[in-house]
Write a protein that binds this ligand. Sequence first.
Ligand code: ATP
Length: 366
Amino acid sequence: DEAQAPTTAEPVLELDGIAKRFGSEEVIGDLSLAVRDGEILTLLGPSGCGKTTTLRLIAGLEKPNAGHVRLQDETVAGDGRFVPPEERGVGVVFQDFALFPHLTAHENVAFGLQEWADAERDARVDELLELVGLADHGEDYPDELSGGQQQRIALARSLAPEPEMLLLDEPFSNLDVDLRVEMREEVRRIIKETGVTAISVTHDQEEALSISDRVAVMNDGDIEQIDTPQQVFQQPESRFVAGFLGHASFLPGEVHGDHVETALGRVLRDDVHGLAHQYDGSIVDLLVRPDDVTAYPAAEAEADGRVVYRRYLGPTVLYRVELDGGETIECMHNHSDRIDLDERVGVRVTADHELAWFPADHRADA
Ligand code: ATP
């Protein structure tokens, strides 16, 4: 399902002005975030930016130094209140799954249901095993299950007590590459089938873009942008977000009325997102991703630059072209394409969507 969470849904979780220090090190500065009912939100960012700490603050495994955490309108941290993890109604799926090795799959899933009546507990466990596709594996022990099956059991165990919210910390990092892609689909399906609100943490942009309704891109203890996968990829609000979500080249150009004059020729102003008339005369950097440009072998007189890097990636080939003006542009072609290293090429902007742009004179703080 490609449906986005409705924008009007009430927040299930709100972080408001959160700060977190470890000793003298401030890991989270002033972080605010609202998570909507039923959405899958992913915190994405480089190692050390504070993703796991944010997840632990939500779970109640860390106490904020400032700010509030609200779950379903109840303040669970802040104003002198601190609700412990087990009373927050939040399920956590840990990176290493953390299954109990001496308990069967069925017993693992039943673990959080000790206060339930036997018949109801067994029915609930069966329902969960069915949901995660392991109805026939209830009597297996964790070491008899594959990595993907262990992850399904971990997910079932966290979902069994019907949590308000599910937290997943780097959920796919312990799986083989092949299995990761399959389990992304499965985890999204299972979460959507239960309707639980979920927050996941990863540093893998493809994973974030593929499983999430919205992605919060974090940098240095703060959220730089929170948007749908397509928005953060195509309309990044900062150069950091642009660069973190994929290959990004910046093509400088001068705005002249209805077009931008660049080293690769004219780009129509209407093809650049939100580039208003008031920027006439100013220099901007257009964000061009490898899919947005096409290179072709060219005679010297028509060439724009030279291929300085060529990497065969299987289905595609990535080229890096050094333009004669000094800028570098990356382009991605079909694998059957043959342009050689050092070849002189022409390059054209061939994007079929509006380009994002950044003001060139705010390079340092953009
Ligand atoms: P990674 O992807 O590497 O896990 P992350 O974005 O999840 O990174 P965090 O684990 O939240 O980052 O850590 C952010 C910073 O806080 C790091 O510099 C880390 O060393 C520090 N940190 C986290 N937990 C503690 C702790 N308990 N005591 C001291 N420092 C900590």
